[in-house]
Design a protein around this ligand. Structure first.
Ligand SMILES: [Zn+2]
Length: 50
């Protein structure tokens, strides 16, 4: 089960590579990874899916 994020370049949901959990300034959990198609950084609200 991967972590999906929305890639703004591909304009599609992608399964992010090497997802890492992070937090915004407001304390919201997010997951950050890379798009497997174009290597753009992809973010997802709510942290990493398990
Ligand atoms: Zn992409």
């Amino acid at each position: 089960m991967g972590t999906e994020g929305y890639c703004v370049k591909c304009k599609a949901k992608v399964e992010m590579l090497d997802p890492k959990e992070s937090k915004t300034k407001k304390g919201t959990k997010i997951a950050k990874g890379k798009c497997p198609n174009c290597s753009t950084t992809v973010c997802r609200m709510g942290g990493i899916q398990k």
